[in-house]
Design a binder for this molecule. Structure first.
Ligand code: ZN
Length: 60
């Protein structure tokens, strides 16, 4: 699994991030959070995530 360094979305085998079209992909991330409802999610606010999906908590 990989994560986009730009928006932290977790990707499977994509070479380009489908969310931000970024190509800065890293294997080095830690933690995963799944955001279902951005408006209702406190985690999304804390992690500064503005879209539903699966995201890494930290990328290096
Ligand atoms: Zn991205």
């Amino acid at each position: 699994m990989h994560a986009c360094r730009n928006c932290r979305m977790i990707l499977n085998d994509e070479k380009i991030c489908p969310k931000c079209q970024g190509t800065d992909i890293t294997e080095k991330y830690s933690g995963e959070i799944i955001i279902l409802n951005v408006e209702k999610s406190e985690i999304a606010k804390i992690a500064e995530i503005n879209a539903p999906g699966k995201f890494a908590i930290k990328v290096r």
